[in-house]
Every structure is written in C-alpha cells, then in structure tokens.
Design a protein. Sequence first.
Length: 449
Amino acid sequence: MGKKPAQRPNEAKYGMALYGAAWPEGEYFFVCGGGGHGLVNRIVWGRYRDGRCSDQLGDYKLGKETPMRMLICPWGSSLLVGNANGGIRRLQIGSDDSAEHKPKLVEVSAAFQESLAGIPGEVAAMRFNSRGNMLAVSFRENSTVQVIAYPSMKELVAWKLDDPEVKDVDFCPHTAAAAILQQQQQQQPSGAELLATVGGNGVCRVWEVRANQQQLVATLEPPKDKAKCVFARCCWARSGQPLLFALVNYRMGKDLGSYLVAYGPPEGPGKPWPLLKKVKANNSPASAMDISKHGEWIAAGYSDGMLRVYHSDTLMMKSEAMASIAFVSSVSFNADNSAVIAVGGDANCYVMETVARREAGIGAAVRSLLLFLLLCLAAAALLHFYQHPEALPYTALQYLQQYHKRPDIAQRCSSNEGALPLQPHACEWLQRAAEVLPDELYRQQRDEL
C-alpha cells in the first residue's frame, strides 16, 4: 500500500470502492463502483476545472448490479457499463436545464437492454474498434471473449481461451491492422480486425477477427529475464504504427515489479513478434492501463496506488503521482488528452494533467520566435552602440550609481554653478557619462549641454 498525501485539490472521494472511469468531451467525468455491504452500486459524476476536482454532482443508482467497467460509446453520447453479475447496460448522456448543463443519465429502451442482458459473467474489459462498429468484451469467470456488432449488439463471434480469465482486450487501429495482415498473409486486406488479449495466466495473444470466425495470429513471448514475467495489460498504438504496448509483471523471489514494453510485427510470415523496447515501469505490479486518443501518452496504474504517464515513443516516464492508498483499478484519458483520471479501491478519484505534444510544440515555437526576436533586438542595439558610441551614456544611466572620477562636475551640479542651465537630471547624466566616455568625447558632450 502506498502512502498518499493529505487531500489535494485535484482529487475527491466518492464514498465507495471505485472500479471504472470514463471521461467524455468536456469538464464532467464519470466513475462507478459499489460492492454491497451497505455500499450503493452507482455511477457518480463530477467536474474537473482549473486544477480542482469537484465533489459529487450527481449519481445514477444501479440496484444490485455492481459496475466493474465503464466505456464511452463512439461519438460520446452514451456510456456502456459492464457489471459483476453479468450483462452490460447502456446509459444515454443528457444534460439538465441549468446554465452549466450538468450531465444526467437516461436508461435506453427495454429492447436494447434485453439484447445486452444475456451477456454472461463478470465483465473484465471492454473496447471499441477504431471505426466504432465492433465491441470486444472479455470476462473473468468463463474465459470468454465476445465480439459484438455496434450498435445492434448482435454477436459476431465468441470463443474461449485456455486461461482462468481474460484480463484485457484491445483492437488494433484498422489501418495498421490491414498493413499487418497484408504483410503476414501476402494478400490484399480482407476487412478483418486484429484483437489483442491478455489472459489470466499472463499470456498475450493476437487474433484475426471477422464475423463467425477468429484465428490466432501470434502468441507474444514475455521479456527474457531472470525473473518470471507475465503479461498484465495491453493496448495498441494509436498513431498508425503497428505497435503493441503491454505492461508485464514480474516476480523475482519476494521482489515484485513491472515493465512497460513495445512489440512490433514480424519481418515475415511465421516469424515471432519482436520485442522492440523494454523499460522498468514500477516496483509493484501493474493493475490498469490506457492510451490517449492521439497515442502520445500511456497511463498506467499500479497495485501500490501509483499513477504514471509515459511517452509512447520512448516509453520514458513523463509524470507520476500517488493516486490511491490501495490499488488503482482503472485509468482513462479525457477526450482532448489534456488529463487522465485514476480511481482506486479506497474510493479515491485522482486527476493528473498532461500536456499534449502538439500543444507543447506550439508553445515551443512561440518561445523560439520570441527568443529569435530578442536576439535580433540585441544585435541591433550592439550595432547601434558600435556606430554611435555617444549613445552609451543612456544605457549607463540604468546601472551606474557612484561617481568619483569627475568631482568637479559633481560639485558644479550640486551647487548649480557655471553655465549649466541643464534640464532635469542632466547633472546626473554628466556624472554617469564621466564614468563611461573617453575624456575627449566626455568634454564634447559636456560642452554641448
């Protein structure tokens, strides 16, 4: 268990163990949890604004169904909620009539609900494909993977894995999947999807999926290490590259930890998928994973309550924070990739801000332009001083404070003697000029005044 600091402005507690999180476009986010024993099963929503996480702004009670996973549907208009006792519920996201347009949830039609109620077992993971017309669902108890057409919710294919459970699933973006399949099969793409799964025994597999058919494409080998390594979570790159990222847990004696790894497609048919990168992720096992919509950030939650964000191109850590004193059960990026939300078993909801690289790139360009302009101004000033050395006293006025080299000038200024009907501060100008000008030029300037 981690040690978390006192309540921070970017976190809130919602009075129940939290298992799922989803963040549609805007400031409002959704978290879900419960679990019985006096805890109400429900969905709660709050708002994140100006670095602050609000208290509960509303909730939707789910009765006896404990929500375990939550997912924003394509186009962001509704939520899918996977339950512990089987079935998936879809809730439409609406808004109230207030000026702030706070969200509210509305149950979908009974016919749609009946088509979802038959999905068996506790839902472990849910993912849409990049085109939004397929939904993959995995289950803890019966080791089943089910691919469903969306929004009709008609089953396309389902199969069992030789695993105690199926921990995670993720679709490869369609363009990258087509390129991989074409390279492997040496034929034109057939419209099939690539789906990665992580089983309870720590095996990661890649499947070719189409209606009424699934075919095993590859079984990934965990990193060769002194410790025993097993896959924990997976997600495909979103940038169009054919890369599969994964969190790998390891055990070496009593020591536990995790790696963040990246696999690429093989060089030819029948060859294994190569391990391209591996970095130490944390000194505790991984428990949650998500990738931002533009693919630049990877978020990972751990069993010690730590939340970390990594650069997807280098796998180097960008930022970290203790998000929970228990385990992190779910992480999810918001729609514009500017923040990631993490929830845990201690009822805590934590928001970490990120800076998208394209935004950082604009800021860097502006800073570079300003620096270039400043350098141009400095060069122009130096050229001016070189061509007109008499201008130097004006710069000296800002810096020189003591004047001892020309006591006669100081005396005449203080007593206002002689032909010095000077403007205000002219004596001070002469005193400072005496410090920086050659004698001949100094006398010339004095006589002109």
